[in-house]
Every structure is written in structure tokens, then in C-alpha cells.
Design a protein around this ligand. Structure first.
Ligand SMILES: Cc1cc2nc3c(=O)[nH]c(=O)nc-3n(C[C@H](O)[C@H](O)[C@H](O)COP(=O)(O)O)c2cc1C
Length: 180
């Protein structure tokens, strides 16, 4: 079984060089599109302390979390679903060149040694940045497959990218995907 687990922040963001208000986070949008194409559960990592609405304030908070190596708390998630999933689709936005610290905290709290991780991220130009190195450091024994980075401002065309990403695993006999 596969599970999609993601963190995403809506509110103000920087899109195509200007600040816009997103009703739905970009990574959430991508995660939901992905969920339409694979069989499995979808779970959101929800922070206990909400992040700021304003973009500039958010930048400062993210920078501080990274510099202090904070471990932001999140609401409990269904551990049995995670444990019973062989394939973990892990989604996050690129913050300051890597995944948000809440993702680091989530990964540190779990042992995915026996599982396969398929990372996906949304970004505004830096793609995965350093996140794949950090992912490998926190999950040294997991199999980490080629991920899908996608620019948040181009999400209207993401379907084909998801299909191209997934098809290689279908050919490998990995993920069985199809419309639910
Ligand atoms: C705090 C913060 C830091 C960001 N840092 C980067 C970055 O270093 N590189 C980049 O390409 N995009 C960066 N972005 C843009 C986001 O990665 C992009 O807008 C993403 O799609 C947001 O996803 P979300 O709506 O799911 O949170 C940053 C956005 C925020 C809010």
C-alpha cells in the first residue's frame, strides 16, 4: 500500500515574482492530484502552532527554525497507516533551500528503513535544493526514489508531470497506479 504524507502552507506566498494569497497550499494541490492517480491514503502534517499569514514574517520564522534546528510539533497522525505502507510519498515546499523543519521532525520520529520514499516538492526555482541530501542523512537506510520537484506557479500543468513520474515505477513493477 502507498501513503501520501505532506506538509503545505497556504496564505501569502511568492509566486512569479509577486506576493499572492493562496487559498490552498501548492504542495497540498500537488498531493491531492497525486492522490487521484495512486491507490492509497493521504495524510497532512499539520503544525500545532500555525505559521504566519504574511510572507515576510514567514520567511523570518523559517530562517529561525532552520538556524536553531527547531523541531516544530505537529498533530498526531495515523501511525498504523504509515507502518502498513511500503511506499511513502513525501511532499513538502522548498523553504530556504530545503524542506521545512517540521518535515525533519516528522522524519526523525519515524523509522522508514524498510520503506521506499518517493519525495515530491513544490518550489519557486530551487527545485529540491539540499532537501534530498538531508533526507538521505535522516533516513540512511530507506530506499529513496527519484523525486518530483514542481514549480508552484505552474501547477495547472502538473498532471502530465505526475503521470511521467509515476509511469517509471509502474514499468518497474513498483507502484500500481490507476484512477481510483
Ligand atoms: C518561508 C519560505 C521560504 C521559501 N524558500 C524558497 C527557496 O529557498 N527556494 C524556492 O525555490 N522557493 C522557496 N519558497 C517558495 C515555496 O517553495 C513555494 O511557493 C511552494 O510552492 C510553497 O508551497 P506550499 O504552498 O505548499 O507551502 C519559499 C517559500 C516560503 C514561504
Amino acid at each position: 500500500m502507498a501513503v501520501i504524507v505532506y506538509f503545505s502552507r497556504k496564505y501569502e506566498n511568492f509566486v512569479n515574482g509577486e506576493i499572492v494569497y493562496l487559498e490552498k497550499g501548492n504542495t497540498e494541490f500537488l498531493a491531492e492530484k497525486l492522490h487521484q492517480k495512486i491507490q492509497g491514503e493521504i495524510m497532512e502534517i499539520v503544525p500545532k502552532k500555525s505559521y504566519p499569514i504574511e510572507y515576510q514574517e514567514m520567511i523570518e520564522v523559517a530562517k529561525s527554525e532552520r538556524e536553531k534546528e527547531l523541531r516544530p510539533e505537529y498533530f498526531p497522525i495515523d501511525e498504523s497507516v504509515l507502518n502498513n505502507s511500503q511506499e511513502i510519498f513525501l511532499g513538502f515546499p522548498n523553504w530556504d533551500g530545503s524542506f521545512p523543519r517540521i518535515i525533519a521532525h516528522f522524519l526523525e520520529n519515524h523509522d522508514f528503513s524498510e520503506q521506499i520514499i518517493y519525495p515530491f516538492c513544490t518550489h519557486e526555482g530551487s527545485a529540491f535544493g539540499r532537501s534530498l541530501f538531508e533526507l538521505k542523512n535522516i533516513c540512511p537506510n530507506s530506499t529513496i526514489k527519484k523525486g518530483l520537484p514542481y514549480r508552484g506557479s505552474r501547477l495547472s500543468r502538473v498532471d502530465i508531470a505526475i503521470e511521467n513520474w509515476l509511469v517509471q515505477y509502474k514499468l518497474n513493477g513498483g507502484i500500481k497506479y490507476g484512477k481510483k
